[in-house]
Design a protein around this ligand. Structure first.
Ligand code: COS
Length: 379
C-alpha cells in the first residue's frame, strides 16, 4: 500500500494549489458577497484542464486518474468551495455519465466542449419534492415521433446560470416508478427551456444554483442517455462518483480551515503569549488534523477503488459521510480558535464554516450515505 501521491498527482496538486492561491483566493470573498458566478476563474480552471480531468484524451479530456481528480478538487476547495463544486459537477455529474452511458455520437458531440470547459454542464435530478427520494420524479418525457416532449422542473441546480449542457432525468413510464425514469442530455437553447430563481444561500454562494423549467421542451430522441427506464441507475452510479468529488471538497474546506487556525493561533496573543502555547488550542489543532487526515485517506481510498474499475458505492458513501461530518466539526473548531474575529467576515473561517454545511446535504445527505453503507453491510 502506497500512501504517497505519485509524481503526476503531486505535480497536479502543486499546480492547482498555486493557481487557487494566486487567482481564486483574491476574488473568493467578493463573489461570496455578490453571489456572482466566477466565470473568469472558471475559464482559467478550464484552461488548466480541470473541467474534464477523467475524460479520455480522444474526447478532449485530461485522461487523469480519479485520485488526481480528488486532489485537484481538494486544492481548489481549500481556497474556495464554490469553485470546488462548480468543477466537481462538471467532471463527476456531467462528463462522467455521458462517458459511461453515452453513445459514440453523444460522446463525440458533447464531451470535447464539456471537457475543455468551452461549455459548462449541469445535472438535473433534484425536484421540489424529489430530493433524497430521487425516484419520485414528477418531470415527464413523452415520446413524440423522433423527439421527447419534456415537462417539469428541477431545483438547486449547480452551474445552471452559466451551463449550456445538462444531464437531466424524467419519467418515461410513470407506472413503473423509479424503473420508469430515463436520462437525457439537453441544451439550454432548446425551446421550452428556461431558468427560475437564483438561489440566495448560506454558503457556496457563487456556484450559480438555479431552477430549471421545461415547458413542453422538445428533445431529439437521440439525446436519450442510456436506455429508457435506466435513468435511476444512471443517477445512482453518477452520484457515486459525485460523492468522491464532494468528499474531496469537504477535505479541502477542512484543510483550509485548519491552515487558517494554525496561522491565527501562532499570531494571536492572549495572557502575554500566542494562544498556540495553550494546551487547549494544541489539542484542538491535533484533533482537527487527525480528522482531516482520516477523511482524506477514506476519500483517496474511494478514488483509488474507482480507478481500479471496481464498484465503489460503499467507499464513496463512507468517504462523503466522514469527510463532510469532519469538515463541519473542523470548521467549528477553526472558528472557535479565532474567537470573536472568526465570527466576522474579516476572516475566511467564517465563509468556510458556512460552506462546510452543504457537504453534509448535497449529492446525498449524511443520512443517505448511512443508508448506502448499512445496506451494503446488511445485505
Ligand atoms: N449504482 C448502480 N445501480 C444502483 C446504485 C448504484 N450506486 N444504487 C442503486 N442502484 C440500483 C439497484 O441495483 C436497484 O436496481 P434493481 O431495481 O435492478 O434492483 C435500483 O438501483 C434501486 O436500488 P435501491 O433499491 O437500493 O434504491 P433505493 O430506492 O432504496 O435508494 C437511496 C435509496 C436513498 C440510497 C437513493 O434513493 C439515494 O441515493 N437517494 C439520494 C439521492 C441524492 O443523492 N440526491 C441528491 C441529488 S444531487 S444534489
Amino acid at each position: 500500500m502506497d500512501f504517497n501521491l505519485n509524481e503526476q498527482q503531486e505535480m497536479i496538486r502543486t499546480m492547482v494549489r498555486e493557481f487557487a492561491e494566486k487567482e481564486i483566493k483574491p476574488i473568493a470573498m467578493k463573489h461570496d458577497e455578490s453571489m456572482e458566478f466566477p466565470i473568469e476563474t472558471v475559464k482559467m480552471m478550464a484552461g488548466l484542464g480541470l473541467m474534464g480531468m477523467m475524460v479520455p484524451p480522444e474526447y478532449g479530456g485530461g485522461g487523469t486518474d480519479p485520485v488526481s481528480y480528488s486532489v485537484a478538487v481538494e486544492e481548489v476547495s481549500r481556497v474556495d468551495a464554490s469553485h470546488g463544486v462548480i468543477m466537481s459537477v462538471n467532471n463527476s455529474l456531467v462528463c462522467y455519465p455521458i462517458l459511461a452511458f453515452g453513445t459514440e455520437e453523444q460522446k463525440k458531440k458533447y464531451l470535447p466542449d464539456l471537457a475543455s470547459g468551452a461549455k459548462l454542464g449541469g445535472f438535473g435530478l433534484t425536484e421540489p419534492n424529489a430530493g433524497t427520494d430521487a425516484g419520485s420524479q414528477k418531470t415527464t418525457a413523452v415520446k413524440d415521433g423522433d423527439e421527447y416532449v419534456i415537462t417539469g422542473s428541477k431545483t438547486f441546480i449547480t452551474n445552471a446560470c452559466a451551463a449550456e449542457t445538462f444531464v437531466i432525468f424524467a419519467m418515461t413510464d410513470i407506472e413503473a416508478g423509479a424503473r420508469g425514469i430515463s436520462a437525457f442530455i439537453i441544451e439550454n437553447s432548446y425551446p421550452g427551456f428556461s431558468l427560475g430563481k437564483y438561489e440566495d444561500k448560506l454558503g457556496i454562494r457563487c456556484s450559480g444554483q438555479q431552477e430549471l423549467f421545461f415547458d413542453e421542451m422538445r428533445v431529439p430522441a437521440e439525446n436519450l442517455l442510456g436506455e429508457e427506464g435506466q435513468g435511476f441507475k444512471i443517477a445512482m452510479a453518477t452520484l457515486d462518483g459525485g460523492r468522491i468529488g464532494i468528499a474531496s471538497q469537504a477535505v479541502g474546506i477542512a484543510q483550509g480551515a485548519l491552515d487558517e487556525a494554525i496561522e491565527y493561533s501562532k499570531q494571536r496573543e492572549q495572557f502575554g503569549k500566542p494562544i498556540a502555547a495553550f494546551q487547549a488550542i494544541q489539542w484542538m489543532i491535533a484533533d482537527m488534523a487527525a480528522q482531516v487526515d482520516a477523511a482524506r485517506l477514506l476519500t483517496r481510498r474511494a478514488a483509488f477503488v474507482k480507478g481500479e474499475g471496481k464498484r465503489y458505492s460503499y467507499e464513496a458513501a463512507m468517504a462523503k459521510l466522514v469527510a463532510s461530518e469532519n469538515c463541519m466539526w473542523v470548521c467549528d473548531k477553526a472558528l472557535q480558535i479565532h474567537g470573536g474575529y472568526g465570527y466576522t467576515k474579516e476572516y475566511v473561517v467564517e465563509r468556510f464554516f458556512r460552506d462546510a454545511k452543504i457537504t453534509q446535504i448535497y449529492e446525498g445527505t449524511s443520512e443517505v450515505q448511512r443508508m448506502v453503507i448499512s445496506s451494503t453491510l446488511l445485505r
